[in-house]
Design a protein around this ligand. Structure first.
Ligand code: PEP
Length: 263
């Protein structure tokens, strides 16, 4: 597939991981939503925050004061709607809390919790079938990059994750390319490396779904993106926003990244 000149609308997500407490989650959500709303950034870029499960409701309340500015996201979900699955949280429960987007296959779920491709694929199904946006995270480990396997790993994770997704459901899929070695390490992929991997991912999508559906998919970069490097990464044609961990916990840094995405 040739590189498209027109970029899809960017999407910036803040993955808070297992950070914040109830009052700081509320305050962070409020500061982000207020900043986005006051600068009308939501007219140019989609923004989502992904708080820990226990804080979804207070964060939803904070976001509701600035309607339409910031989407509520969840960091994970389970594949069944309800039943005997101790400790799990279903997609209907997330929807009930106002969640609009769900991360699936984050590197910490794949490599710390050891979620496999089949479970991740079933989670993609659960999120999309419930009508929510699915942010499918993919990315290679350091030794895989060093042995030239970056595109092979990303291809396998994308093909497997989207195995049963139709072109229609693809409209609610966002891909987050997150090289594992760059997450939380302060080591960021160069814009050229991010573009190269993300262009290859778009080519996989084109092979699976056709050129036009693939061109419309937002592919975020994630991995130590911050206020200083966001603009140069997002200037690349196949980088359509970012998934931000550490820098999303500081409203001024996160807002600077959102502003970079809006320009
Ligand atoms: C992430 O958690 O998805 C992430 C990219 O984290 P960080 O920005 O801290 O590298």
């Amino acid at each position: 597939m040739s590189t498209s000149a027109s970029k899809p609308r960017s999407i910036v997500g803040g993955n808070w991981k297992m950070n914040t407490d109830k009052s700081s989650a509320f305050a962070l959500a409020r500061a982000v939503a207020q900043g986005v709303s006051q600068a009308h950034l939501h007219s140019r870029v989609d923004v989502a925050v992904f708080p820990p499960f226990p804080y979804l409701l207070p964060v939803a309340e904070a976001l509701a004061a600035f309607p339409g500015a910031v989407m509520l996201g969840a960091q994970d979900c389970y594949i069944a709607d309800k039943g005997a699955f101790t400790g799990e949280v279903s997609v209907p429960m997330l929807k009930d809390c106002g969640v609009q987007a769900v991360l699936v296959g984050h590197s910490e779920r794949r490599h710390v919790i050891h979620e496999g491709d089949d479970l991740i694929e079933a989670k993609v199904q659960a999120v999309l079938n419930a009508g929510l946006t699915c942010v499918l995270c993919v990315g290679e480990k350091l030794e895989q990059r060093e042995t030239g396997q970056t595109n092979t790993i990303n291809e396998r994770q994308v093909r497997n994750g989207l195995k049963h997704v139709s072109a229609d459901l693809l409209k609610r899929v966002v891909i987050a390319y997150e090289p594992v070695w760059a997450i939380g390490t302060g080591k960021t992929a160069t814009p050229a490396d991010a573009q190269s991997a993300q262009h290859a991912i778009r080519n996989v999508l084109a092979d699976m779904f056709g050129d036009q559906p693939a061109a419309a998919v937002r592919i975020q970069y994630g991995g130590s993106m911050n206020a200083a490097n966001a603009a140069s990464l997002m200037a690349e044609v196949d980088v359509n926003g970012g998934l931000i961990g550490g820098a999303s916990l500081k409203p001024e840094d996160f807002l600077a990244i959102i502003k970079a995405a809006a320009h």
